[in-house]
Design a protein around this ligand. Structure first.
Ligand code: ANZ
Ligand code: ZN
Length: 836
């Protein structure tokens, strides 16, 4: 018996595909639009640690789908590249002095080799890297378009500042108040920034979500991130001042319940209205608030803090004077930066009122406001002309009332903020602008792009809020493109998200020197039919890319309003971890399994429970794809990752699972040790084959790879029982297997005497008739006498036969009131019921 020589086979076919450019794709006009597919993976950031098992999960899924589509006669674009600007390479450069370009390109080479070792059918001629000059030239070009459209502006704004990475961060890069990269607590700092006006696209970004075939959960995350809300702005006269304080509220109907007001610590009126008596306390409070991130400030669980200004405002509906407070639960960046507090119906206000002993007035009936705020609907009370109305009606009435008296107006607000687009770092695209004392801000002319990153001696950020580029005088000092006078280059660079905002367009025409991509090629392939990647990009990359795409649409570069028609998020591949009774985790190499499924800690014998956790270096449970490919082969790795469970769910890696899949492929290999015959297969096997073709076709099409594989396993079990190998059964099977285990399938296809499969159209058909379950006649007897006849599925089990007999109306009738002593099923034939 020959052993399955996966290593040899895999090398052989990878070389063949490469040498023959088997997966090179062109804009062949003979394929009509509906026979073209653009299938895209989220390209990796080439980190120093190489590929992890999560990458091949999505990449295998798209690869299977692409190979399947090609076999079904589609022209398929399936490219790969690298998202290669970013902080890790720069941080490494700071530590070691190695140029980020060197580290990055070394990492890219390593990634490419690893990806190729999995046999993916990418068109490698289209490979791109976002840090290459001829790529970022077009990233800069798009920036200039944004600038021309008035969508990029400079502003000194308080931004999230990481004092460890010494750079500003976008809101999206702040997790739980900490820097997503390094974990440092984020502070607020005023820094001159380039900002992109993504908010001008908020409505379109929201509305067009409805047209997308994306999971509801990702759409909801984007909707919440955009956070559109409707309500009103209301003006409160400040007692003793000319100014009025404007608030944004989604609940103007609760105006009669407003018992105090709150301003954000950064509100411009703080200085003006604070009375002398309260000034020291207010100043102390402002100092404290400055250090907190937005997230910490609005965290519902946090204890409320605040301070009274000494000033009062007049409630426009009833003339009541209510105190004006300052608290950090109000954000300056949202609405008007001030609120009317309605403690009876808003939980944050309720907590604040309880803490500072402020009045709580109920204006909607239905809750127990002694215990908590009532946020539901109910008839209004204590609200004069609103009394008796429900929420919606009262909101409409009060807005009308306010607008008539010029005390307020209907308003819409978004949580979405403009996108802080500059970084004070080296390893990113230089922003192609020149500051000229005479002309102001002048774009670098398009024909001078790319504006190249200059060499620097030190990658250390200056920490003053300027990038290391600021220190290179020859580069910074330039002439103004407009007037020729002396100018200074912008020294900020773009954030890592820039390159990934449009990479899917560059794949269409990666070497184009005169535009980012030829419009005909864009129209040939776009939009992306299927985009697969991790859910962690729900609001970052996926929102930014949609924004840029819409801008490109508006200026006529692309012809579709959305880039990614269908999005599928792969689930995370987790690992097992081991937990002590006190819930602390033990590294995997400290764990013993004395009996199956029972775990103890080495040395101490402490019993451990197996739990599911993220793979992590410290737990020593990280699976390295290279090891798996070496020990089991790329095909086993591919099939295993797809067999673990549905693509979209998270699932733990199991070592016995990969062995099981390997045994399955080994079994397929060993089938070929048998004599190959070519004759009409027996009826049952023919049926299994046609059912398998049908199942694998449907499941592959709908990305349900795990169940397709399960069906292929059933098929192999059946043919394994035969003494010979039947060509009429095995040939279609090898074709079904080929998207999943392409190396093995090519090898077997060759052994069957055929030309290589790669990229050809040859998906097998099935005969619907043969996939239908076969019916048999069953006889039900009572004490050996035939009493009923029925039709049943051929694969009915003895248990099901018994049940069918007992439920048959005639049998029920005849056995009623009699004692059933025995039920004897004879599979495929009859059921005999013995009664006394
Ligand atoms: C009075 C009120 C009564 C409110 C009530 C809610 C319930 P969304 O839906 O998220 O848009 N708010 C307004 N500006 C704020 C700011 N800068 N920082 C913190 N909170 C702010 O939330 C709008 C509601 O959040 C507004 O409506 C306001 O509180 C508060 F029964 O006004 B409401
Ligand atoms: Zn000038």
């Amino acid at each position: 018996m020959s052993k399955y020589p996966y290593a040899e086979i895999e090398q052989k076919w990878q070389r063949f595909w490469e040498e023959n450019s088997s997966f090179k794709v062109e804009e062949d006009p003979s394929f009509p639009k509906e026979k073209r597919r653009y299938v895209l993976d989220m390209f990796p950031y080439p980190s120093g640690s190489g590929l992890h098992v999560g990458h091949p999960e999505g990449y295998t899924a798209t690869d299977i789908y692409c190979r399947f589509l090609r076999m079904r006669g589609f022209n398929v674009l399936h490219p790969m590249g690298f998202d290669s600007f970013g902080l890790p390479a720069e941080n490494y450069a700071i530590q070691t002095g190695t140029h980020p370009k060197i580290t990055t390109e070394r990492n890219i080479d390593h990634f490419r080799t690893q990806i190729k070792s999995l046999g993916f059918s990418y068109d490698w001629d289209r490979e791109i890297s976002t840090h290459s000059e001829d790529y970022y030239r077009w990233t800069q070009w798009i920036f200039l378009k944004l600038f021309e459209q008035g969508l990029a502006y400079e502003a000194e704004t308080p931004i999230n500042w990481c004092s460890s990475c010494l750079t500003g961060l976008a809101n999206e890069e702040v997790k739980d108040g900490k820097c997503e990269r390094c974990g440092q607590l984020v502070e607020r700092r005023n820094i001159r920034q380039w900002i992109l006006k993504i908010t001008s696209y908020a409505d379109r970004l929201l509305e067009d979500l409805d047209t997308l075939d994306w999971s509801e959960s990702i759409k909801t995350m984007q909707r919440n991130w955009i956070g559109r809300s409707e309500g009103a702005n209301v003006h409160f006269q400040i007692d003793g001042h000319l100014e009025s304080l404007e608030v944004y509220t989604t609940r103007p109907d609760t105006l009669f319940g407003a018992t105090y007001m709150v301003m954000a610590p950064e509100h411009p009126y703080v200085e003006k209205i604070t009375t002398d008596k309260h000034r020291p306390a207010v100043e102390a409070y402002l100092e404290q608030a400055r250090l907190k991130s937005d997230l910490e400030r609005t965290d519902l669980a946090k204890d409320k803090t605040g301070v009274f200004t000494g000033a009062f405002a007049v409630n426009p509906v009833n003339g009541e004077k209510i105190p004006i407070w300052i608290s950090d639960y109000i954000l300056i960046s949202y609405g008007t930066g001030a609120i009317m507090a309605v403690p009876a119906h808003d939980q944050r206000d309720w907590e604040f009122a309880k803490k500072f002993d402020l009045p709580i007035i109920e204006v909607l009936k239905g809750g127990t406001i002694e215990d908590e705020a009532f946020t539901g609907d109910g008839p209004h009370v204590n609200s004069s002309f609103l009394d008796g109305m429900g929420k919606e009606e009262a909101i409409e009435s009060i807005i009308e009332w306010l607008e008539e008296r010029k005390l307020g107006q209907r308003a819409v607000n978004y949580k979405l903020r403009d996108w802080v687009f500059s970084r004070q770092r080296y390893w990113g695209e230089p922003i192609p602008l020149v500051h000229c004392p005479t002309c102001g801000i002048v774009p670098v002319p398009e024909d001078q792009l790319p504006l190249k990153l200059p060499e620097v001696d030190s990658y250390e950020p200056s920490g003053t809020g300027e990038s290391p580029l600021a220190k290179i005088h020859e580069w910074v000092n330039t002439s103004c493109p407009k007037c020729g006078g002396p100018g200074r280059r912008e020294t900020n660079t773009m954030p890592q998200w820039a390159g990934s905002c449009w990479y899917y367009l560059r794949y269409l025409d990666p070497r184009n020197g005169s535009s980012l991509a030829d419009r005909r090629k864009i129209d040939y392939w776009m939009p992306v039919d299927l985009y697969v990647g991790g859910a962690e990009h729900a609001v970052l990359h996926l929102l930014y890319a949609r924004f840029w795409h819409k801008v490109l649409y508006d200026i006529g570069v692309v012809g579709d309003v959305e880039p990614f028609k269908r999005l599928v998020n792969q689930g995370m591949i987790t690992s097992f971890a081991y937990q002590r009774p006190d819930k602390t985790l033990v590294p995997t190499d400290e764990v013993e399994e004395p009996e199956t499924d029972s775990f103890v800690e080495k040395g101490t014998g402490t019993p451990l429970t197996q739990v599911i956790a993220k793979m992590s270096k410290s737990l020593k449970n990280v699976i390295n794809p290279d090891d798996i490919i070496r020990d089991f082969g790329a095909d086993s790795m591919r099939v295993y990752e797809m067999f673990m469970g549905p693509l979209q769910v998270s699932k733990p890696w199991s070592t016995s699972g990969i062995s099981g899949v390997h045994r399955f492929l080994d079994r397929v290999w060993r089938l070929f040790d048998r004599e190959l015959v070519d004759r009409e297969p027996p009826e049952e096997l023919k049926r299994v084959l046609h059912k398998t073709i049908k199942k694998v076709t449907g499941d592959t099409d709908s990305l349900e790879f795990n169940t397709a594989i399960a069906q292929m396993m059933i098929f192999v079990n059946e043919v394994f029982k035969e003494e010979t190998l039947n060509r009429q059964l095995i040939e279609p099977f090898v074709l079904l297997l080929s998207p999943y285990a392409p190396h093995l399938a090519e090898e077997l296809w060759e052994r069957l005497g055929h030309e290589p499969l790669a990229g050809r159209q040859n998906w097998p058909d099935y005969d619907e008739e043969l996939t239908r379950d076969e019916m048999i006649n069953l006889v039900f007897q009572i004490n050996g006498k035939v009493r009923a006849k029925v039709e049943a599925n051929a694969d009915i089990s003895p248990e099901e036969m018994k049940e069918a007999a007992l439920n048959h109306p005639r049998i029920k009738e005849l056995t009623a009131g009699r004692q059933i002593r025995k039920i004897i099923p004879v599979p495929g034939k009859l059921v005999n019921i013995v009664v006394s």
